[in-house]
Design a protein around this ligand. Structure first.
Ligand code: IPM
Ligand code: MN
Length: 364
């Protein structure tokens, strides 16, 4: 029995999560799996009623599940930061989901704002460190509200945090190219025995403390993976190359903050928030899968939101739980439905939220 917690959350979150659950129920039947779904009501509505985000005990309670599917967190009537920090980040940190895995993959027939780029050019994966950096950094405000006020929010990284994120990225590259080498490698690279590449995205020219730690750790860990070519790109240049030459990337590893920023850029190049999925991974614990876009409150209840990103999150969940047949079946069905959709934008999908979900289900 695989126990799956569903946190629909806020805005359109519950609507997209419902479609993902339909898809999971279909693969459950088809591949003779046994899932038990538990719906949990953490989110803005509960907060507005009770003042509670998620307690330490409730997060601990999530450890009894095999995986978590999250719709979205963020409510227009709640001050920004309360739910994000109080629920989403709290789960990520307390369950030690230290990797945020965000594939940037352009599927066939999806419109990208990148001129002359197609699915063969936009296919890489961002490994975002997910439990450290400026997100958890020490900080505070003093003399608040006076002309002398001072605010500090520090980027804090331990060697341990950096090393495990970097090692995970190299492992992802090894797995990605277990059967065939990455097409971005040159003849020369292939002669050297490389099968893939990991690019560290940093800022070694300015943030000379934190990225000194990242850079040294990166090249030390790289030695354990002689088949993977290590590369480096400053974060500002990375943004430029993601637009100009996305085919230069295979796996990117980066900090929590940079990863947050570059994956929104990446998402738009793959067709937008309607289609971008991610996983908060604890390789030895409970992972949580989510569409990377927000709760899109203005579309709530209208049946126009694209469920594909959440279905993609469910697909990543299956893969992570080791149900590779189910993951593959979902991805194949997604590809087909995506190909037939006129647009990935809300309201322009050529069908309602539930119709898109139904189509995916029918093709599995
Ligand atoms: C994301 C989101 C979150 C983040 C917010 C909602 C806390 O933007 O998952 O990318 O910054 O990590
Ligand atoms: Mn983000």
């Amino acid at each position: 029995m695989t126990k799956i917690a569903i946190i629909g959350g806020d805005g359109t979150g519950p609507e997209v999560a419902a479609e993902a659950v339909k898809v999971l129920k279909k693969v459950e039947k088809k591949f003779d799996l046994k899932f038990e779904f538990t719906h949990l009501d953490f989110g803005g509505d509960r907060y507005l009623k009770t003042g509670a985000t998620i307690s330490d005990e409730e997060v601990e309670g999530l450890r009894r599940y095999d995986a978590i599917l999250l719709g979205a967190i963020g409510h227009p009537e709640v001050k920004p930061g309360i739910l994000e920090k109080g629920i989403l980040l709290k789960i990520r940190f307390q369950l030690d989901q230290y990797i945020n895995l965000r594939p940037i993959k352009l599927y066939e027939n999806v419109e990208t704002p990148l001129k002359d780029k197609g699915p063969e050019d936009i296919d890489y994966i961002v490994v975002r460190e997910n439990t450290g950096g400026i997100y958890t950094g020490v900080g505070g405000i003093s003399m608040k509200g006076t002309p002398n006020e001072v605010a500090v929010q520090s980027m804090v990284y331990s060697r341990f945090q950096v090393e495990r994120a970097v090692r995970y990225a190299f492992e992802v590259a090894m797995k990605r190219h277990a059967n065939s080498a990455w097409r971005g490698l040159s003849e020369d690279d292939l002669d050297k025995g490389y099968i893939g590449q990991v690019t560290l995205c940093g800022k070694t020219n300015v943030l000379t403390f934190v990225f000194d730690l990242w850079e040294r750790t990166f090249y030390e860990v790289a030695k354990e993976f002689p088949k993977i070519k290590p590369a480096y790109s400053h974060v500002d240049a990375t943004c430029m190359w993601m637009v100009k030459n996305p085919e230069w990337f295979d796996v990117i590893v980066t900090t929590n903050m940079f990863g947050d920023i570059i994956t929104d850029l990446g998402a738009i190049t793959q067709g937008g928030m309607g289609i971008a999925s991610g996983g908060n991974i604890n390789p030895t614990g409970v992972s949580m899968f989510e569409p990377i876009g927000g709760s899109a409150p203005k579309y709530t209840g209208k049946g126009v939101i694209n469920p594909m990103a959440c279905i993609g999150a469910a697909q990543m969940m299956m893969d992570s739980l080791g149900y590779s047949n189910a993951a593959e079946a979902i991805e194949n069905a997604m590809k087909q439905v995506i190909k037939e959709m006129p647009s990935q934008a809300a309201g322009k999908m050529g069908g309602s939220t539930t119709e898109i979900g139904d189509r995916v289900v029918s093709l599995i």
